[in-house]
Design a protein around this ligand. Sequence first.
Ligand code: CDP
Ligand code: MG
Length: 140
Amino acid sequence: MAEKTLILIKPDAVKVGNTGKILSIYEASGLKIVALRMLVMTRELAAKHYEEHIGKTFYSRLVDFMTSGPLAAAVLEGETAVAKARAVNGATDPLQAEAGTIRKLFAEDKTHNAVHASDSVKNAEREISIFFSEAEIFDI
Ligand code: CDP
Ligand code: MG
């Protein structure tokens, strides 16, 4: 069944000009871009998006990073899109990411790791609604 998932190209990857390359990797994996925008996250938006991590040791480091510059947000659609986008991203820590994954190719470290992807269909729905209205998501 076709699913939708949210991906973010984080400020580290946008800053060095890897946005297009990363979007191409998702497209080459068979996922379709059905919504796309750039924005700077506020701390409030970061708290909404990363609510499960509030209070963890890395939380303030994560929010400082995610609010440090523009990021790109996209909704990707396809068969098993949630699992596929996470597989293409690779492990959170680039040292553990498999060869050919986005994080292996572009991440600096465990915090500055280039991309985000939703971890379940339920979280994908929640996260998509944070970044996009219904009218901004296209039936392509
Ligand atoms: O992004 P992913 O789902 O792979 O990992 P997470 O465990 O949900 O963590 C969210 C984000 O927090 C990561 O992508 C990292 O940017 C950051 N993080 C960190 O800075 N230090 C950690 N020990 C774990 C996560
Ligand atoms: Mg996560």
